[in-house]
Write a protein that binds this ligand. Structure first.
Ligand code: KG4
Ligand code: ZN
Length: 397
């Protein structure tokens, strides 16, 4: 085994490239794999604004398996995203009303290699062209993370290329760089996913400062729990957003938790309780569901927008990046766009398909870590011994 030292990944890369013989290489076995999934999509996204320390193109494979989506992508540091594929486990977990960790792990095992074969074929590349493999090390479900980490490190060892451990939230945080109109550092980032609601100051790759976060439920979690109260199917966020389109957002004056607190923190659990009480008193519930959904969404969006504005004022920055699954919410986007026009800041979103979990953001984060001076923290490069970090705060070593 030849562990790749943090400071010198490139020597290993070029040595491998010269000697790689795809036909006899262990990973050539993947070529024969069959794939039968339904939701693979390819994207040829132009390179966004990331600047890399080296002019030489680097091809990074990204693997995302932290929860209920298997994501694979190939990112070229010069050409941008070459291909990506995603398998969602929504149907698998649907009957249980939430993610069943053991089922999630097993499905990642089933999907990952066929998706990889597909992505390589879409990009017209062989495994030997890969310069590094980035994977989600945490946070997330332990078993699900282990699938990605195991395959990433085994492949990296087989190809003698670096394996780069990426923090899932860092992937989300950098995902707006996948958009054609990408932000430049520094910026304020609003991270709104199923497990996190945070405001961060981002000064560069690996340079993140927490400005504020939720004291209880994450925004996505609040969407999911409220959706459950309204009898909507898992995953609740998109279903609630769709229902809210038909509702009157002014019908229920739900609380705006911590709207006027003198900080950049959030709280959403009280809002969920208010929705529960509204559901109990609404009769028949069916006639009020859309109004409750719209009013709940309005309350969350108002608080998120207000705190974003306050974070921009507090930091003196004029660029806001929105990332994470709730960033796909169109009402939130419209509200932030209005606020941006009114208050003179710019707001950046990842392409809609990269708001929720995906391999492209992990590949991009890996590419940036590989080629930039990323500082301490997430995105370590090291040997092929691996673990996973189901609980992991961004910025923690
Ligand atoms: O980032 P993500 O895919 O996974 C995590 O890292 O958690 O975010 C998933 C969360 C879920 O809570 C989901 O309900 C929410 O994002 N979500 C939405 C929308 N699409 C996904 N919430 C509100 N509106 C949406 N359109
Ligand atoms: Zn996520």
């Amino acid at each position: 085994m030849h562990p790749v030292r943090a400071g010198a990944p490139r020597a290993g890369i070029w040595r491998v490239r010269r000697h790689c013989r795809a036909a006899t290489h262990p990973v050539a076995i993947f070529r024969g794999a069959r794939f039968g999934w339904r939701d693979v999509s390819a994207a040829l996204t132009p390179l966004a604004s990331p600047t890399f320390l080296t002019d030489e193109p680097m091809l990074v494979l990204g693997l995302e398996t932290s929860c209920d989506e298997t994501g694979v992508a190939l990112y070229d540091s010069q050409a941008g995203l070459l291909a990506h594929a995603l398998h969602s486990q929504v149907e698998l977990h649907h009957d249980y009303g939430g993610v069943v960790p053991e089922l999630a792990s097993r499905d990642h095992i089933r999907r990952l290699l066929p998706l990889l074969v597909r992505v390589l074929a879409q990009a017209g590349r062989t495994p030997c062209a890969i310069d590094a493999i980035a994977y989600t090390e945490g946070p997330g479900l332990a078993g699900a993370l282990l699938v990605g980490a195991g395959i990433a490190n085994a492949l990296a060892y087989g190809l003698s290329v670096p394996a780069i451990a990426i923090h899932h939230l860092e992937g989300h945080l950098l995902s707006p760089l996948l958009a054609p109109a990408a932000p430049r550092f520094p910026f304020v980032a609003l991270l709104v996913s199923g497990g996190h609601t945070q405001l961060m100051r981002v000064d560069g790759v690996g340079r993140y400062a927490l400005l504020g976060e939720t004291q209880d439920d994450a925004a996505g979690e609040a969407f999911d729990k409220t959706a459950k109260l309204l009898g909507l199917p898992y995953p609740g966020g998109p279903a609630l957003a769709a229902l809210a389109q038909r509702g009157n957002a002014a019908r229920y004056p739900f609380p705006r938790p911590m709207l006027n607190s003198n900080d950049l923190d959030f709280s959403f659990s009280g809002l969920k309780t208010a929705v529960l009480l509204a559901c109990r008193s609404a009769s028949p519930l069916e006639e009020h569901r859309a109004d409750i959904a719209a009013s709940f969404q309005e309350a969350v969006v108002e608080v998120l927008c207000a705190k974003c504005l306050r974070a921009l004022e507090a930091t003196g920055l004029d660029a806001l990046v929105v990332a994470g699954g709730v960033g796909a919410n169109l009402t939130l986007r419209a509200s932030l766009d209005t606020s941006a026009a009114r208050n003179g800041f710019r707001v950046f979103y990842p392409p809609l398909e990269f708001c929720t979990d995906n391999g492209a953001m992990i590949a991009l984060a890996g590419a940036l870590h590989l080629t930039q001076d990323a500082g301490a923290g997430a995105g370590e490069r090291r040997g092929y011994g691996f673990g996973v970090r189901p609980r992991w705060e961004l910025g923690q070593p």
